[in-house]
Design a protein around this ligand. Structure first.
Ligand SMILES: [Zn+2]
Length: 172
């Protein structure tokens, strides 16, 4: 067969290269020239290093404190995500009144609940016991990725569409 780049007859095995998404079978000369584009075979891939988390002894359970201003952090993050208390409660699997009490500061979340809130709202609520947190780290560190708010909006839109499809012109 011929090299798809220079047209030279390939004697041995052609080398597969990919340039801007186009896969070409090329001769060894071209392969050398474009070595950075060579498509590596899966088995040639370097084995992924297994990262073993440093295990603390099983009996050791890290102790956490809930941050002092947890109520403000929860409220601020929820509002920033455009979530109602009801929606947050639903995502959290708790009653709406629980959210209201959390935001009012009359209920301190359990460590487990705080963990779930941290994940859902992308905020920090837990600090290791005795740890003084820097005042600069706040809920403002919410990353501009797909947030819970977006997901809820997408889900609602989908539900509305499905509802409309089910009604299918019977109403109008
Ligand atoms: Zn060639």
């Amino acid at each position: 067969m011929e090299c798809e780049l220079c047209g030279k007859t390939i004697s041995g095995k052609p080398t597969k290269i990919r340039i801007e998404g186009v896969v070409l079978l090329v001769c060894s000369d071209c392969a050398r020239k474009y070595s950075e584009f060579i498509v590596k075979r899966p088995q040639a891939r370097a084995p992924r290093p297994i990262r073993r988390p440093k295990r603390t002894p099983l009996s050791y359970e890290p102790q956490y404190d809930i941050v002092e201003d947890y109520s403000e952090r929860i409220k601020e993050a929820r509002e920033m995500l455009g979530l109602t208390r009801e929606l947050l409660a639903r995502e959290l699997g708790e009653k709406e009144s629980v959210i209201r009490r959390l935001e009012a500061g009359s209920l301190v979340p359990t460590i487990d609940m705080a963990r779930r809130l941290e994940r859902l709202l992308r905020i920090k609520l837990l600090v290791p016991k005795g740890y003084e947190e820097e005042p600069s780290i706040t809920t403002r560190s919410v990353r501009p990725e797909l947030t819970l708010g977006d997901i809820v909006v997408i889900r609602e839109r989908r539900e509305r569409k499905r509802r409309e499809a089910n009604e299918g012109g019977s109403s109008r």
